[in-house]
Design a protein. Structure first.
Length: 287
């Protein structure tokens, strides 16, 4: 398996970065995760745009232009011997050069960013898992106020997600000041009385690429939807609750905090949206 590190494609065991890399010592970097279907990256431009926003958010100059990113990502994909992939991209503020402090909160002078990418087989939910749905718990969103940056310092998300894993669930639905923000690693949609509802993009959540696709599909297929703040009571009285992400796609949450959501099984809107999403993927891959 080849990985990409700072301009080179290398066997995974040969890819090495300094222990003084600011990603390792300070969590000073950003990332992206791009799903690849049949060797074709899904919504690559949107992922690269979001990467740019994250880099801008941490005041790190993008080390590569769009065309260079595209070329390297396509090369990495071509080097793998599996067709469906999840490509992980990470850019850190690099390793301080000689004469600079080894660890300093202040940005180092002259340190080239570290660019690292690898691909793994993409594991999406099976039809059986989709038909069963998953359980989730809720928790207070205690992350920082810049959740729109896809930063590698994921401690708060990890701790929140683990709360769900500890009780045999797959996601933590987060609430801040009485309003829905997102999942620990996904966006959360509510369906009530035939209307799809989702919080608007803000600094309190990451705007998922899947989130955007779902809203586009809803608009295209005439599914009523509202993008507005969602109160906790609306989450708790939802007919359907979904989590969406590049790896989970559209996954129904059938139990929240031990209480069945709606009928306690994946609802008709989740099933319809998943079918639309799968068809959309197929169309895009044919291009
Ligand atoms: N995470 N919100 C958070 C906090 C996330 O971590 C993710 C995805 C999303 C959904 O984004 P998208 O639809 O672009 O995948 C929302 C990825 C999958 C991860 O960290 O592995």
């Amino acid at each position: 398996m080849s990985v990409y590190l700072n301009g080179e494609f290398l066997p995974r065991a040969e890819a090495k970065v300094s222990v003084f890399d600011r990603g390792f010592v300070l969590g000073d970097g950003v990332y992206e995760l791009v799903p690849v279907y049949s060797g074709k990256p899904f919504r690559l431009d949107a992922h690269l745009h979001r990467l740019q926003l994250s880099l801008d958010g941490i005041r790190l100059a993008n080390p590569l232009g769009i065309a260079e990113w595209r070329e390297r990502i396509l090369q990495l994909i071509a080097l793998q011997d599996f067709a469906d992939q999840s490509v992980y991209i990470q850019v850190t503020r690099g390793t301080p050069v000689e004469g600079q402090p080894l660890r300093d909160h202040a940005f180092p002078q002259g340190a080239p960013p570290t660019v690292f990418m690898f691909a793994q087989p993409l594991v999406t939910a099976t039809p059986g898992q989709k038909a069963a749905g998953v359980c989730a718990i809720s928790a207070v969103d205690n992350r920082w106020l810049r959740c729109n940056i896809k930063g590698i310092s994921l401690l708060a998300n990890l701790l929140l997600r683990q709360l769900a894993v500890d009780v045999g669930c797959v996601e933590t639905v987060m609430l801040r000041d009485g309003f829905l923000t997102e999942g620990a690693a996904s966006n959360i949609f509510v369906v009530k009385d035939g209307v799809l509802r989702v919080p608007p993009p803000s600094n309190l959540m990451l705007t998922g690429i899947t989130y955007d696709v779902v809203l586009e599909l809803a608009a295209r297929h005439g599914i009523p939807h509202e993008v507005r703040p969602i109160a906790e009571a609306e989450v708790r009285s939802a007919d359907e609750l979904w989590m969406t992400s590049s790896t989970k796609e559209i996954m129904a949450i059938v139990k929240l905090d031990g209480v069945p959501v709606g009928a306690g099984v994946p609802g008709p809107f989740a099933m319809r949206m998943d079918a639309l999403y799968q068809a959309f993927k197929q169309d895009v891959m044919r291009l």
